[in-house]
Structures are given as structure tokens and as C-alpha cells.
Design a protein around this ligand. Structure first.
Ligand code: COA
Length: 182
């Protein structure tokens, strides 16, 4: 399979935030931004893979700043990592008030996409050519994120299996709950 560079599939999607995307306070719904992120992740990953892709996992979605009606939102996507059939697309979201000339970084998230063949099976993707230190840093970070996610998953499963309600009740001290159980 012919390797492809990061720049080959780099994609930017820019969209005007219209009133239909907003809540009563004029702030854009988080789901609108998620949908745009999914769209740009699809465009970027399918270009690298040269095939149909699906979204498998989403990480790092924290909306740090509100986005307002009238702002121009740009989503910059690039392939950070490739496995056999999976690709991690890093997406940086910038929202710009064009009248004031102010741009804010609202979030950076990571979408894992998997390439599929005609039989709907996971399909191999081309290797990635890393052309500068930044691309190498992103690839290494993605490996670390993947390992930490696996460790967290195992730790959480262990905690869930070990959870004993009677023993853990002191954890509720200081929480804003009222116990009203028999
Ligand atoms: C995710 C999916 C492709 C896994 O298929 P599978 O036949 O079990 O294949 P595998 O276990 O070999 O996994 C395929 C790749 O997905 C990756 N993967 C699977 N689950 C994952 C997860 N939770 N997070 C990150 N990557 C994951 C695997 O690591 C593997 O990567 P690699 O090929 O680069 O090593 C399959 O479950 C699927 O199609 N899910 C539905 C996706 C979808 O429809 N999304 C849209 C939501 S509406």
C-alpha cells in the first residue's frame, strides 16, 4: 500500500454559526459542534484511507469557551496516527468573531475512525509519512493516549467489579445527595 503524507488528507471545514444552531441564550449547542467535528473527521480519514470509514471513538471533547451566533467556526483536521485499520484524527476548533477580529480556540479533540471494505469489514489503511517533528510528536502522543485509555479502561472495570455499596458508602460524605433507600 502506498504511504501518504499528513498534508495529503489535511482538511479544514469552516461554517457560519446561524441562529438555528443556538439555544435561547444565543450560544451554539455542543451537539452542532460535535456533528461538524464528525464531518471533518470523516472527510480527513476517508481521504487518507481512500475508502468509506466509520467513527469508533471520540476523546477529549471539552468545550472550553462558548461559541456565539454569527461567529465563523473553523475545524482543522489532520491524521495524527494510523494503526492497521484505525486512524486518529486530531481536530482543532477555532471560533472567530470577524467583526472584532478575535479568534478563540474552543477545543482540540481526537476522533478514532476505522476504514471499512465493501463487506463492512475493517480494512487496512496506508502507512503515514511523517515529515516534521510536530507530526512525529502527534503520532507519539496518540500512542501514549491509546495506552493510557487501555489502562484506564482496565482500572475502571476492576473498580466496577470490586464495587461494594455498603463498604463504599463513606464516599458519599460531603456529596450533595440525600440517601432515601430502604
Ligand atoms: C469498531 C469496529 C470497526 C471494530 O470492528 P472489529 O471487527 O471488532 O475489528 P477490530 O477489533 O479488528 O478493530 C478494528 C480497529 O478498530 C480499533 N478499535 C476498536 N474499538 C476501538 C475503540 N473503542 N477505540 C479505539 N479504537 C478501537 C482497533 O484497535 C482496531 O484498530 P487497528 O486495526 O488499527 O489495530 C466495529 O465494532 C464497528 O463497525 N463499530 C460500529 C462503528 C460505527 O458504525 N460507527 C458509527 C456510529 S453510528
Amino acid at each position: 500500500m502506498e504511504p501518504k503524507s499528513v498534508s495529503f488528507s489535511k482538511t479544514t471545514l469552516t461554517e457560519l454559526m446561524i441562529p438555528a444552531y443556538a439555544n435561547f441564550g444565543g450560544k451554539i449547542h455542543g451537539g452542532i459542534l460535535l456533528s461538524l467535528m464528525d464531518k471533518v473527521a470523516y472527510a480527513c480519514a476517508s481521504k487518507h484511507a481512500g475508502s468509506y470509514v466509520v467513527t469508533v471513538s471520540v476523546e477529549g471533547v471539552d468545550f472550553l469557551q462558548p461559541v456565539n451566533v454569527g461567529e465563523l467556526v473553523s475545524l482543522h483536521a489532520s491524521i495524527n496516527y494510523v494503526g492497521k485499520s484505525s486512524m486518529v484524527v486530531g481536530i482543532k476548533v477555532i471560533s472567530e468573531d470577524v467583526k472584532l477580529g478575535l479568534a478563540k480556540h474552543t477545543n482540540t479533540s481526537y476522533f478514532t475512525m476505522v476504514a471499512k471494505n465493501e463487506q463492512n469489514e475493517a480494512a487496512q489503511v496506508p502507512p503515514l509519512i511523517l515529515e516534521n517533528k510536530e507530526e512525529v510528536r502527534r503520532f507519539l502522543e496518540a500512542i501514549k493516549r491509546k495506552n493510557i485509555k487501555q489502562q484506564n479502561k482496565e482500572a475502571l472495570n476492576n473498580e466496577k467489579n470490586r464495587l461494594n455499596i455498603e463498604n463504599e458508602l463513606p464516599m458519599l460524605d460531603g456529596e450533595r445527595v440525600i440517601l432515601n433507600i430502604n
